[in-house]
Design a protein around this ligand. Structure first.
Ligand SMILES: [Zn+2]
Length: 326
C-alpha cells in the first residue's frame, strides 16, 4: 500500500508522467507536415481535391500540443499537392517560422525546367532541403521510365545544394526496380510513408502472411543499410486498413525497420492528415474535403512500445538531426 502511494506520488512530481513519456522529446523533429491556407495563396486549378483550411498558426498549436512544455519541435513542411509546383505559401510559412525562431525546413515540389539555380539557393536560405516526387499514382500503373528520368534529373539539379534530398512516395514493390539506380544517384532519398510498404490488411491475399518480405522490402532495407535511403514512419493510415490508431498489421514492418535500420528511420505526423482520395471527382473539388481524425499521442505511444525507447529516440531526435542540417 505505502509503496503504491510513493510511486504514484513520485510519478506526479519529478518523474515524467505517463503521457509526457510518449510525447516529443527536446530537439525532436516532425518531418512531415503541411499548411493549407487559401488566404496566403490560391490552390492550383488542376488540383485533385480542395482540403479544409490548415493554417500555420493551427500547425504551430498542434505541434506544441505534442510536447510536455508546449514547446515547438523542429518541423519539415512538405509541399502538398493542391498547390502543385507553386511553393509560395510554403516559403511564406518558412519565413514566418524563421522570424519566430522555430526551427523549420521544407521539401518542395518544383517545375525544375522553370526554376533557376539562384531560386534554388534562395529556397535553401529559407530552409528548403529537398524535392518531393510523388509517384503513388492512385490505382494507375507507375511509368517507371518517367520515374527514373525524374530521379536522375532532380538529383542532377540538387546535388550541389548542401543537405538536399529527394523525398519519394512510390508503391513499395518499386524499390526492387530502383535499387541499383538509387545506388548511383548523387543524393539521398527519403522514402515516404513506410516506403510504401503495406500492412497485411492492405496486401493481396497471396502476400498477406509475408508483409516483411513483400516485394521491395529487402531492397528498401538494403538501400537504408547503405545510407542511401531514410524511411519515414508516417501516414500509417495510408498503409493499413486497421481501425485508426491500432495498426496491428504494421507492427512487424515497423519492428523490422527498428531492428535492421535503426539509424535510418525518421518520424512524421503527416498533419493535418488528408484523406485517401478514393471518392474524389470534379464535383467534390468544390467542397472542402475533411481531414482524418488521428490520435497522434496514441500513435507515438504505440511506436515507443513497439520499437523501445532507444530506437524511439533515434527516430525522433538523432536521425533527423543528422539528416536535416542548417
Ligand atoms: Zn502528407
Amino acid at each position: 500500500m505505502s509503496s503504491q502511494i510513493i510511486s504514484s506520488h513520485s510519478s506526479d512530481s519529478n518523474a515524467p508522467s505517463d503521457l509526457t513519456r510518449f510525447l516529443l522529446p527536446r530537439e525532436a523533429f516532425d518531418t512531415h507536415v503541411h499548411v493549407f491556407d487559401p488566404a496566403l495563396g490560391q490552390y492550383d486549378a488542376k488540383r485533385a481535391y480542395t482540403p479544409e483550411d490548415a493554417p500555420l498558426k493551427t500547425l504551430i498549436a498542434f505541434n506544441q500540443s505534442l510536447s510536455a512544455e508546449a514547446r515547438n519541435s523542429k518541423l519539415v513542411l512538405v509541399q502538398p499537392s493542391p498547390y502543385k509546383t507553386d511553393c509560395s505559401v510554403m516559403m511564406q510559412c518558412l519565413q514566418t517560422l524563421k522570424d519566430r525562431d522555430i526551427n523549420a525546413f521544407g521539401i518542395a515540389v518544383l517545375d525544375l525546367d522553370n526554376t533557376t539555380d539562384a531560386q534554388l539557393k534562395e529556397m535553401h536560405a529559407l530552409g528548403v532541403r529537398g524535392i518531393r516526387l510523388n509517384f503513388q499514382a492512385d490505382g494507375k500503373k507507375v511509368n517507371t521510365d518517367k520515374l527514373v528520368a525524374a530521379l536522375v534529373r532532380t538529383a542532377d539539379r540538387i546535388q550541389y545544394l548542401p543537405g538536399w534530398v529527394i523525398q519519394l512516395f512510390i508503391p513499395g514493390q518499386l524499390w526492387d526496380y530502383l535499387h541499383d539506380k538509387i545506388l548511383e544517384l548523387p543524393v539521398r532519398i527519403i522514402a515516404d510513408h513506410l516506403g510504401g510498404m503495406r500492412g497485411s490488411t492492405k496486401l493481396p491475399s497471396e502476400l498477406k502472411s509475408m508483409s516483411t518480405s513483400q516485394p521491395g522490402f529487402e531492397s528498401l532495407l538494403s538501400l537504408a543499410k547503405q545510407s542511401r535511403v531514410y524511411v519515414k514512419i508516417s501516414g500509417l493510415y495510408r498503409m493499413s486498413n486497421c481501425p485508426a490508431s491500432t495498426f496491428d498489421d504494421l507492427q512487424p514492418i515497423i519492428q523490422t525497420f527498428a531492428q535492421e535500420i535503426p539509424d535510418h528511420i525518421i518520424w512524421g505526423s503527416d498533419w493535418p492528415h488528408t484523406g485517401d482520395g478514393h471518392n474524389r471527382t470534379e464535383n467534390t473539388l468544390k467542397v472542402k474535403e475533411p481531414f482524418r481524425i488521428i490520435d497522434n499521442p496514441a500513435i507515438l505511444k504505440m511506436l515507443q512500445s513497439w520499437i523501445g525507447s532507444d530506437c524511439y529516440r533515434k527516430m525522433l531526435v538523432d536521425n533527423p538531426n543528422r539528416l536535416y542540417q542548417k
